[in-house]
Design a protein around this ligand. Structure first.
Ligand SMILES: CC(C)(COP(=O)(O)OP(=O)(O)OC[C@H]1O[C@@H](n2cnc3c(N)ncnc32)[C@H](O)[C@@H]1OP(=O)(O)O)[C@@H](O)C(=O)NCCC(=O)NCCS
Length: 440
């Protein structure tokens, strides 16, 4: 049995860049038939962004568009509108992430699509919730992170680099795509009960904010008591009226920090940047004892400055300095092995190179190799992030620009002659440059 959960579900994918495509790629991996609409001659903007070869789509595009079909279509032309209308009438899900107001201008707002096909679920991504004063802003990843607590709480809390800092993880983009996916899957289940499609509005702001609940927790605590015990400012530094940047402190009540290790002599040995390990001291007495024994710091067990979790919160500097010394003559892998064997939460800081060359992660899902063929050959991407015990996605190539145009148009009933006309009247291919030469 390898029944795809979304087998038979038809998706019209009017998304580009990262947020929308990350969602529709998941729909495709779950078995939906995804037709990606791309502008004739141009396609998704990421096709030509950060290319490694001018003749090939970039790895940006390749990471996000596997297993889709590409239909080139200018939805501003009358024929383009007619084709899109036909596709919408047959589809289960329509997804778009154009700038605010663009879909209304094209004539394919939620209301218009719902009138065409009441069963169609309409997914939309915008930067901000409809209630927000920023709702008309165009939005990219950093805009989401800086406005939704991602950046104001990330980075160093003192010194030259006390600057709002965004995460390398795509909290505004792919995270938003995954949030929209949840909404779309819920809407599919709801449709089974109501027979009606629904409008799923997902803002990048909401998706990012949804991952910042520990920061809203901290603001509530700060408002109430004026300090936060897990931050380095406690107990001797000053707190302002908002949650400070957390540096490398752990987000919860346990005491965690990043410690520099001896260069491992491996993949990142030339660059010292990732010779670090993250170590956590848990709050429980039993766990603390395990850690003290592993470090050889048994004296802490009887010292009132360290032998309770509250005392440790007041002596973070001394703890960090001593564990730092202990780590300095060991590699991050040695520290990880010793401490994990003793039951202490620990993990090495891993570089992109280390993760992508870890063969154990090529388990069929975590990291996957897709054969794109041609000049590109094989490339690596991150697979479906969860596994289903009775379904295994297959990971196929990304479409060439307009590679499925003929096939999709034929499935809508268009004749060869009509398809040829669409290619010359600007509907599915750019209009030929006007002949400006004067007749003799
Ligand atoms: C990403 C974003 C900032 C880009 O904005 P943009 O440069 O204006 O590009 P858009 O793709 O939205 O729209 C450009 C134009 O192309 C048009 N267009 C796009 N695909 C088209 C198609 N297949 N046929 C005809 N026109 C098309 C749009 O209608 C729009 O026309 P308009 O300016 O006359 O309204 C904006 O789309 C946005 O804020 N999206 C919502 C949030 C989001 O998803 N951000 C991206 C995160 S990765």
């Amino acid at each position: 049995m390898n029944t795809a959960p979304l087998q038979g579900i038809k998706v019209v994918d009017f998304t580009e860049v990262q947020s929308g495509p990350s969602c529709t790629q998941m729909l495709a991996w779950l078995g939906a038939d995804v037709v990606k609409i791309e502008r004739p001659g141009v396609g998704d903007a990421t096709r030509k962004e950060l290319q490694f070869d001018p003749d090939c789509p970039s790895y940006y595009y390749l990471q996000l568009n596997s297993d889709k079909k590409s239909l080139t279509l200018d939805a501003k032309t009358p024929d383009g509108k007619e084709i899109l209308t036909k596709l919408i009438k047959e589809c289960d899900i329509f997804v778009e992430n154009l700038h605010p107001g663009a879909m209304d201008k094209l004539g394919f707002s939620w209301e218009a699509v719902h009138a065409l096909n009441p069963r169609c679920i309409y997914g939309t991504i915008k930067g901000f919730p409809e209630s927000s004063k920023y709702k008309n802003l165009k939005a990219y990843e950093p805009i989401a992170q800086v406005t939704a607590l991602g950046a104001s709480t990330t980075g160093w809390y003192e010194g030259l680099y006390n600057i709002p800092t965004q995460s390398g993880a795509a909290l505004g983009d792919s995270n938003t795509g995954m949030h929209l996916l949840i909404g779309l899957l819920a809407a599919l289940l709801q449709r089974d009960k109501t027979g009606q499609g629904t409008y799923v509005y997902q803002s990048m702001h909401n998706a990012c904010l949804n991952l910042c609940r520990i920061k809203t927790r901290d603001q509530l605590t700060l408002d109430r008591i004026g300090y936060l015990t897990q931050f380095m400012q406690y107990p001797n530094g000053k707190f302002g009226d908002c949650v400070p940047r957390s540096g490398n402190t752990e987000g919860s009540g346990v005491l965690g920090w990043t410690y520099k290790c001896k260069p491992a002599g491996g993949l990142d040995s030339e660059i010292d940047a990732n010779n670090y390990v993250y170590v956590i001291l848990q709050r429980g007495a039993k766990d603390f004892e395990l850690a003290c024994k592993a470090f050889g710091f048994e004296d802490w067990l009887t010292n009132p400055d360290f032998n309770t979790a509250d005392a440790r919160d007041r002596h973070k500097d001394e703890i960090i300095a001593r564990i730092g010394q202990w780590c300095a003559d060991k590699t991050k892998y040695e520290v990880t092995e010793t401490l994990s064997n003793a039951g202490v939460p620990v993990g090495p800081v891993l570089s992109t190179k280390e993760v992508m060359t870890d063969e154990s992660l090529y388990d069929g899902n975590t990291l996957v190799k897709i054969n794109q063929g041609g000049k590109i050959g094989e490339f690596v991407t991150v697979g479906c992030p969860f596994t289903l015990s009775n379904y295994q996605p297959t990971y196929g190539p990304c479409p060439t620009l307009g590679g499925n145009t003929e096939e999709v148009l034929k499935s809508l009933g268009y004749t060869d002659q009509q398809i040829a006309e669409f290619a010359t009247n600007g509907t599915t291919a750019p209009m030929p440059a006007a002949n400006t030469a004067q007749p003799k």
